[in-house]
Design a binder for this molecule. Structure first.
Ligand code: CAA
Length: 285
């Protein structure tokens, strides 16, 4: 029988962490959300309020449900508050050093049966897990942005992840109303490995002035039925995040499809990160 989770820790309340916390709390789980400082907690609270407001406006949640959902998420700046949780989902920036430090600390703080999951999109779950004394209880749980809306969760098992742990998180994903797919630990997993070659190609077409941003996006929306065109989607994902994903996949596979288009780096250096900075391929605000 699959394990019942009652309280879950989420580390990092950026776009992904806040979305994950919302999904868990919507299913009735208590969430302890950890950020580095009060400003981070306030930003995370802002993401949660904005997203749940949208859910109410779209008829997915009523006002009481929204209040109950928000009430189930407790913010803290101390990792030590995760001592009693059954599962932790880490969603901090994509730095192996940072993640290694957090997982080593979680290993000390949490009970030996607590499952430690990472939402990493491109780093190796195996390399993260070896920084704990329980690599068998370390797994990838990769959500998609926006997490409250998109149904996929990639469950990443390493060669040492215990089968019961995989079974437990698959059952949890289903309880959250998501569709899990279970895969091995390879850069990009399934979705990003396929998606980012396409997104990168769109940037190259734009860089070569082959087509305007509007026409590139219109072609994929109206010709292929995609909900968003590639340049709008890159603005949603964040150009810095997209660059990191491409760069990691390129270094692992040397597949030229994943060699980041030079324009991406230039835009990042200029501070054009997409929606989160107010400007990317398009301007927001
Ligand atoms: N909770 C529950 N449902 C919510 C919600 C919330 N907080 N907020 C919105 N929704 C629902 C809405 O009710 C609506 O549902 P219906 O269609 O049933 O009415 C649906 O979500 C869409 O919301 P909106 O109508 O407000 O927005 P939209 O129609 O403009 O769609 C979008 C926006 C969901 C972002 C859509 O354009 C989309 O799916 N784009 C593609 C996103 C994508 O490809 N993401 C993957 C990125 S790659 C990644 O994430 C991996 C990585 O590692 C970086």
């Amino acid at each position: 029988m699959a394990r019942e989770f009652s309280s879950v820790g989420v580390i990092g309340l950026g776009t992904m962490g806040a979305g994950i916390a919302e999904v868990l709390a919507r299913s009735g789980l208590d969430v302890i959300a950890v950020e580095v400082d009060d400003a981070g907690l306030a930003r995370g609270r802002g993401h949660l309020e904005h997203s749940t407001e949208r859910a109410v406006a779209r008829g997915k949640l009523d006002a009481d449900g929204r209040a109950a959902l928000l009430g189930r998420i407790r913010g803290t700046t101390s990792l030590a508050d995760l001592a009693g949780v059954d599962l932790v989902i880490e969603a901090i920036p994509e730095s192996l050093d940072l993640k290694a430090e957090v997982f080593a600390e979680l290993d000390r703080i949490t009970g030996p049966d607590t499952i430690l999951a990472s939402n990493t999109s491109s780093l190796s779950v195996t390399e993260i897990g070896v920084h704990t004394s329980r690599p068998g209880k370390v797994v990838g749980l990769h959500f998609f942005n926006p997490a409250p809306v998109l149904k996929l969760i990639e469950v990443v098992r390493t060669v040492v992840t215990e089968p019961d742990v995989v079974g437990d998180v698959v059952a949890l994903a289903e309880k959250l109303g998501k569709t899990p797919v279970v895969i091995g630990d390879r850069a990009g997993f399934i979705a990003n490995a396929l998606l980012f070659g396409y997104l990168n190609h769109a940037v190259t077409m734009y860089e070569q002035r082959y087509a305007t941003r509007e026409d590139l996006d219109a072609a994929m929306r109206f010709g292929c039925g995609y909900p968003m065109g590639p340049l709008s989607l890159l603005d949603l994902i964040g150009l810095d995040t997209a660059y990191e994903i491409l760069d990691t996949m390129y270094h692992q596979s040397r597949n030229r499809l994943h060699a980041p288009a030079p324009l991406l780096k230039q835009m990042i250096t200029a501070g054009l990160l997409g929606r989160k900075s107010g400007r990317g391929f398009y301007t927001y605000r």
